[in-house]
Design a protein around this ligand. Structure first.
Ligand code: ATP
Ligand code: MG
Length: 406
């Protein structure tokens, strides 16, 4: 639906309901989105089948149905004046159904591109041809014939399923053609891309927010450390990335958003690879059509958070360029640390000791059960100087049993 006027917070809408924003998906991203919207004065609605979903637990309305349930979608459309998604694997047809009734941001076709690595890489290639950064060398594998002609130069490589991968799932590292064929069999011969394994020097991500009028604002570039395919640490401070690379990454992210006609918060992940130069060279990895784990630091270290910008973009409110006011380190809190010290039984981490440190902000997502590899929360550390923030973050990590990264 085309947008006529902004949905202002606290307003009674023509249908008699208070201005309400809705989100498909009830995970931690939905929860922090709902909290940002409520702070601004919106009512909220979450669609997620799980009665204990982190977002559903804190929302005014929680519609407990599957993503494609016609009654659930109808209720979400009826209650909400603008709708978004926190989960890129929400079926695109469900977003299209909602969009027939209410403004939906990002739109279904942009989400569909991000849901499919084949479409996503094709989009990156098109953007690179217009002057941006390109993806890693890759081949599409959907048939035996494509498997047979995949270039040897892509080995060693990573076979990634085109759909439904996250946190390193749906991926296999392969060194030889035989391993490649076996890995594809193992994945059930679903559509995949084979990517060349690159010598990574660093991983970065960039978050932008784009409005329906085409205005775009950006956060500073995040420097990310992954462990076992899962984000572990994000560091943001002046000079965390060489200035030329940062500028290229921001420009490429803006171009990707513009070329999708994107509305909302978009995250694009990059690799810095060794190419013999002092700074290294950028390669675009993948995008997330939503706020992103690497942007959680914005809740405490910026004057506007990624979640507030998502609310502003989808409701047609003005976007403002965010300002980082403190150097910051974000530590992801995985369920693993409940089981430290070889305990088979879960034991709550020593939050009191962590919270005794200055500049520590604890965010737990209200998940009832800790499991290894499950994202339970994160810790944002903000201090006046880089030295202080790194020292405090390392202390917090040590208390929690998170391995040091410096
Ligand atoms: P996310 O949780 O970010 O959605 P994902 O499962 O979609 O993760 P990717 O981002 O494609 O997966 O890969 C996960 C991690 O694996 C990357 O952050 C990087 O550390 C490593 N990796 C992926 N592709 C390559 C590559 N071509 N060369 C080297 N390392 C890679
Ligand atoms: Mg990734």
């Amino acid at each position: 639906m085309s947008r006529v006027a902004p949905v202002l917070p606290g307003q009674t809408m023509p249908d008699g309901q208070p201005a309400t924003v809705g989100v498909m998906g009830g995970g931690q991203l939905g929860r922090m989105f709902v909290q940002a919207a409520q702070e601004m004065g919106y009512f909220t609605a979450v669609l997620d089948a799980d009665p204990y979903s982190p977002a559903g637990l804190v929302s005014h309305h929680h519609i407990r149905t599957a993503y494609e349930d016609p009654a659930g979608l109808a209720e979400l459309a009826q209650r909400c004046h603008a709708i978004t998604t926190e989960f890129e694997n929400v079926p695109a047809p469900a977003l299209r159904t909602l969009a027939e009734q209410r403004p939906v941001a990002p739109n279904a076709s942009a989400v569909a591109v991000a849901q499919d690595r084949i479409a996503e890489k094709a989009h990156f290639v098109a953007c690179a041809q217009a002057g941006g950064i390109g993806p890693a060398p890759y081949a599409v594998i959907t048939t035996d014939a494509e498997l047979a002609i995949a270039p040897d130069a892509l080995l060693p490589g990573i076979l990634k399923s085109a759909r439904l991968g996250y946190d390193g799932k749906g991926q296999a590292r392969v060194k030889t053609r035989a391993e490649l064929a076996a890995a594809w069999d193992q994945m059930g011969r679903v559509p995949c891309v084979l990517e060349q394994m690159l010598p990574l020097r660093a991983e970065l991500s960039v978050l932008v927010a784009r409005g329906a009028d085409g205005q775009v604002v950006n956060f500073p570039v995040q420097r990310n450390l992954h462990r076992d395919g899962i984000l572990a640490v994000t560091e943001v401070f002046d000079g965390n990335v060489p200035a030329a690379l940062a500028q290229q990454a921001i420009q490429t992210t803006q171009a990707i958003a513009h070329q999708l006609g994107y509305v909302g918060v978009l995250c694009v992940e990059y690799f810095v690879i060794d190419d013999g130069s002092a700074d290294g060279a950028l390669v675009v990895n993948e995008m997330a059509p939503r706020p992103h784990n690497s942007g959680h630091y914005t809740l405490n270290a910026c004057d506007v958070s990624q979640f507030e910008l998502q609310v502003r973009a989808m409701t047609g409110l003005p976007l403002v360029q965010p300002r980082l006011h403190s150097p910051t380190v974000m530590l992801n809190i995985l369920g693993d640390i409940w089981f430290r010290g070889g305990n088979a039984e879960a034991k709550s981490p020593d939050w009191a000791a962590v919270l005794a440190l200055p500049g520590v902000h604890l965010h737990l997502y209200g998940k009832l059960e800790a499991r290894v590899g499950r994202k339970m929360g994160h810790l944002n550390v903000t201090r006046a100087t880089l030295e202080q923030v790194q020292a405090t973050a390392l202390q917090a990590a040590q208390i929690l049993g998170i391995a040091p990264w410096l």
